[in-house]
Design a protein around this ligand. Sequence first.
Ligand code: FAD
Length: 703
Amino acid sequence: MAKNILSKDNAKFIILIVIIAAGILISFQFGLKDNFSIEKIRNLIQSAGAWGPLLYMLTYGFTSIIMFPASLLSTASGAVWGPYLGTFYTVIGATISSSIPFLIARLLGRNVAEKMLKKTNKIDICDRFAGNNGFVAVLVMRLIPIFPWDVVNYGSGLCGIRFRDYILATLIGIIPGSFTYNLFGSSIEQPGWTKFIFVAVLVAFMVAISRIYKKFSKKGKYDYDIIIMGGGSAGLVAAKLANGLGKKVALIEKRKLGGDCTWFGCVPSKTLIKSANIAHQASRLQEFGLKPDSAVKLNTENVMAHVRSVVQADADGHPPESFQAEGIDVLFGAPKFLDGHRINLGEKEIASAKFIICTGSHPFIPAIEGVDRIPYLTNETIFDLEKLPQSMIVLGGGPIGSEMCCAMNRLGVKVTVVEKAGHILSREEDEFASRLMDSLKAEGIEFLTETEVIKLAQQDGQIVATVRDTQGRSSQISAESILIAVGRRPNLEGIELEKAGVEFDPGGIKVDRFLRTSARNIYAAGDVVPPYLFTHIAEYEAIIACTNACLPIERKANYEHVLWCTYTDPELARAGLTEQQARERYGDNVRIYRWEHKDVDRAKTDLATNGISKFVCDRKGKLLGIHIMGYGAAELMHEAQLVKSLGLSFKKVASVIHAYPSYSDSVRQPAKRCYIDILQNNFFIKLFNKIAPNKGKRRNYQT
Ligand SMILES: Cc1cc2nc3c(=O)[nH]c(=O)nc-3n(C[C@H](O)[C@H](O)[C@H](O)COP(=O)(O)OP(=O)(O)OC[C@H]3O[C@@H](n4cnc5c(N)ncnc54)[C@H](O)[C@@H]3O)c2cc1C
């Protein structure tokens, strides 16, 4: 520990701090600003005669180490030599002298700054920014006088800006400012208003130059600043953001704006699930003490029409015209890259500086014998059904298969799920997924686990599936329809990514942490970027990709706090590590806090006690994993997710007043356990218990 603190790098860093602190101290202690007026500096330089310029530059060099306002020196030189020669001496003197604090910071502080940034995972971002944009960054900071001279000098040395870029950008960037100060200095003897005219003319001139530069710099090169391919969850967000950042944007969509989520995914599936859950509640009337006069018999004829009407209402919320009205060009068709900057869209050739590929995914159809000879359903066709089938085989027990089997069963369809793994939802905690499967089984769904479909055929209007279990035993099952839900594949066909130099594999487009593809000006977001295929992640990635594409500062995608929910009933939500993953990573330092929803009063009143919450923490109570199965799990999740994302201890939830009765007891109660557990492990409490052992017996609050 001591060795660490006294390392060579740390010692150097301390020297740097001492130099800066001494500089500030000298500046304030000796009242440099007050004692050295423009008048005094002018007299000093003039008294040096022919040595004046040298003395001036040496003074600049010295004052760049201490915190002395460079503006005074620049103004004084104008007063001595006039605006042109004065600017010349100032630019040379200031550029050379600014290298001194830069080099001091680079030699003494860079290593420690690097270590600190590494700890916060910001080093890549800083170095990439400094490497790619160092020249522009320094130039902008020199041109805009709100960035303090000394902070830029030392700060540039601490981050990885190349010395060459720094010096060149300083040399160019300080010319307008130096000229302004020198102009001001040269007119110091003249009436007050003349100098303001000088300055105003100069500012107007600079603004005009930047406007002209902006107008003509890229004109004619590209049709758009950025083209977004795919108008789904990711694409819509990216297009709006890029437009908001002042870019000229085109959004190209192959089919209809809205993507999977609106047309074939989240919206129709959740609408169908809601209808199914209402049907289920209707079947439970008597459990709630309500006796219907006659048997409740539901007709599901209109359910799919209802689903489609909700989907349409959702799609109506973002019509192409609303994007056009905001200034985004919405184009329909299938674009093909011609090279890294040009695409072909129908007959048209369009060029763009940047691209974001957000073309989403489609259902994967496994190569099962006979699959191409049967009418199967996928998420893209199931919501078009006019009438629900009597029976259905659901191939795949992932999130889509599980949600659909639960909904269809509650709407009166006889469902059989075939799943290769030992239970459904293999990404979830084993215990939770098995318990959910048992609950669905109890409702009447049949599960064939550790089983594969090896052949499909159609006979007498029925789909016949030959299945084989892990012991090699084969049998046949049949149903009126089959839903294939065994995974997703990225929509990359026909885009001709190779021509743009974008690398990909069957899983999706390869991107770095900045969501940049192997082509520097092309980014990707959403389902085309594995592994998290969710709407909220598509939107998150779209924001990252878009800001990285549009702004000079780069942000990394951080997947540490990814969460998701499967909308079965009960719902199953998860964020972070499973218990097993946490134990593999943190060993005995893992703490588990569980709470059965049968012990939640609100769940009791609602007869919704089928649920469990489990929080995986480290020994200080930091949340590593959140797992909630139960009514409203997707909503309940967010309290713990907030605590996890902010890096707070789970015990904090216990100190927040919650409404009673509410389902959030399933989060608050285990948080209380965490609080007590941490308290019991507190050194002073342990000591107290040792001294006064009879004051209370220790109980283990982990479960
Ligand atoms: C049944 C189901 C239920 C789901 N439920 C949920 C849920 O509850 N919560 C959740 O978070 N996620 C859910 N998802 C996942 C979610 O739908 C996707 O993760 C999300 O839509 C991905 O957004 P995206 O923008 O990447 O792709 P999409 O939204 O699919 O958008 C891609 C767009 O690109 C277009 N396109 C394709 N190829 C081209 C091309 N060559 N040129 C131009 N345009 C092209 C497509 O037509 C589409 O409009 C569900 C998915 C399914 C299938």
